[in-house]
Design a binder for this molecule. Sequence first.
Ligand code: PHE
Ligand code: ZN
Length: 889
Amino acid sequence: MLQRDADGAPTPDLKIRLSDYQPPAWRIASVELVFDLDIASTEVYARLELESASATPTPLRLDGEGLELIELRLDGKRLSPLGYRVEAHALELSDLPASCVLESRVRIHPQDNTALEGLYLSGSAERGFLLTQCEAQGFRHITWFLDRPDVLTRYSVELRAEAARFPVLLAGGNAVGSGTLADGRHWARFDDPHPKPSYLFALVAGRLECLSQPYTTADGRAVTLNLWAEADAIGQCHYALGALQRAMRWDERSYGRNYDLDMFHVVATHDFNMGAMENKGLNIFNAKYLLADADTTTDEGFRAVEGVIGHEYFHNWSGNRVTCRDWFQLSLKEGFTVFRDQSFSADMHSQALKRIEDVATLRRMQFPEDAGPLAHPVRPAEYAEINNFYTATVYEKGAELIRMLAARVGPEAFRRGTDAYFARHDGSAATVEDLLAALGEAAAVDLTPYLAWYAQAGTPRLSARCHHEPATRRYVLRLAQHTAPTSGQADKHPLPIPVKLALFARDGRMLPLRLAGEADAAGSERVLELTDAAAEFVFEDIDEAPIPSLLRGFSAPVILECALPPDDLALLLLHDADGFNRWEAGQHLASDAFRAAHAGAAQHAALAAWTGALGALFAQADFPDAALLAELLAPPAISELEALVEPHDPDAVDAARRRLEQALAQALGASALAARYTALHAAEQGAHDAPAQARRHLKRRVLELWALVDAPAALAAAEAQFAQAAGMSERLAALRVLLRHGDAGMRHAALAAFRARHGQQPLVMDTWFAVQAEVPGAAALDTLRALLGDTAFTLRNPNRVRAVLGTFARQNRTAFHRADGAGYALLVAQLQALDKLNPQTAAALAQAFNGWARLEPKRRALAESHLRALAATLGLSRNLADIVQRSLA
Ligand code: PHE
Ligand code: ZN
């Protein structure tokens, strides 16, 4: 099929397939780059030492897009246009000697680069700075190259620019020299001793301030840590600098990994398509995940900064020292690194809470992806546009797979296995098989059955049925698995599913577990592995019917179907020692209550059990963990509940969820909520330790519930909290309640005060936009139009786009799915405009349509026709076209 590329050139819609993988026909022994930097026009000189992989060289095909070729030289001799062929996205040279030197000179235009891929300008032409983004295929927008991750080479980079306009010049590697040039220009040189693929190349040039700190690695290397930001933001880098040092220590201790260059730079930009990027020695961060201080950043925001700092730092080994053979292996670095950052955050804070947050994210983001038209395996088999595969499946589900493997082999073997993996593949490009082989060998276990998890899309449903046989004192657990077909993958196979479990007696005790055939009980918690479609497990010496606590800690990324009576779930909610499963029991109860409410029941046993158990926990003055309590007091997210009814009407789902919250607030009672709020308010001192954060978390939840049963009192409290708040967590929690429950006067006053205080801080202004875009109700679309027309709104800044349009389409379900289709029309019009500027961000935003086919018939037809109109747009980018076409397929 033919479609038009962003530049208007017709390109065949070719799919890249994993099964077609061929090793590179040419290697690059070294590369030297010289940049003559300027915002409007930058000249890039590249000198490649090329070596054919075979004695009889095949033609050399280099990748390049949007490059103005100035000159090509082969072994020092200028090539005439007859000596090469320039195609849409390739440069082909034939009849080359088996080893040769190719020099190229090209011109590029950073200021015109609104896609933020390759070399681009962050901020204004007068004050902004230049930077690069090369993953996945941005390097080909900079120079002609073998732009694929299995071509690793050593980089030597020289940057030249006007000294006054670009005082700071940075590239990855070690700084090896700098000096001045004629007419006010200067230069700086960097050598990176570690071979790397082109996607890890980076440079930064401009007016930036630095926060610097020495660090000595466990193996004795003196490193300088430099955090860079524009002058007005450098004061907000202290928290990230501390987090970076914690991450470095953690990786030394947990994985034996040390940093490996003299310098480590991290740069903050407000213009970034993603969260952050692990470029070797020069990480580049979306400012959202680097800048933090109490006045502008919530407690969750601080934790996100720490997590992303960890993530990008950990890539230095899982991704950089050992990289991916091809982009199908993306989860080899991303799933592994997400698992590493999750473990780091859990070690820094609370294991149970981190697990709850991560599973909630998986269910909110990845399960819907796996259940919709964009479902794909953790290791996809094919792609048309790789940028569309930086997904929750590759990242979050990929992390769950590593977690399963780590649990399967145990902590000691896991460490031996990762050590072996890093040693064996250092400086090269690896595959998922390589990692599994190293882990399996270390544990003497065959892990190849787990490869099926990488190849099969869709979330397995694990059903558990159990019964007790009083006569034999046996408890029989029957497990069965089933995965529904996904697009392009009709046949599904059984996967190995580790099921961690415990059995509870009615008094809340955990029972010793002895499987039939075993001589003795082996503890009271154990892991069963379901490898076939179904299996039966028999426990001995069980006197009365126990209550099973299954899939503890979420031991596999599956949907557990186990119909437990409400009283049993309530018992787990009150007594399960596994903090995760305690929360899970509550989620299960809330889901059952939701189904009943959605079906029209005013009362239901599950609802009574849920509110009753939570009421009891809420009344416990000594409940140990305020943050866990806050999590327990929240029903599942809308995006999870939508999956429970099919087809679904977003208004009905929303209404049923509200009834749940209303019932919970009533059960807790206005006076108890008021009393708890008052106590938490009195305890608030603006501290940032874990107990203080946990109290704020609970306080926010209590205020929200209080507003449902006594709005006037809660609003008065929120107004006072908003006015007095010492930090952003408190201010924002109050603002949200004011926007949902306050009258127009209150809402406008609060928004105006917030803007007056934070109008000059882009990240906080993103929040100002987002809190308005998420408010449901009849006026939501008018609000959205006003936000789009605000002087501070721009489609050129991805953070702003996500704050307004992303929040609207993903969090404000009733507004986006308005029955008249106006929400769809609005998003499609914005996508058409955005796609011309930034295809990657447009394609990510368009995924909000995911799940359209499961809507009730009227909305389904409207969503489909708007998607079809979008698909028919002339000049759609490959990124957006790929998403829209797969969504409709
Ligand atoms: N590799 C980055 C990360 O996960 C994400 C990213 C992908 C950033 C593509 C930019 C472009 O840490
Ligand atoms: Zn990553």
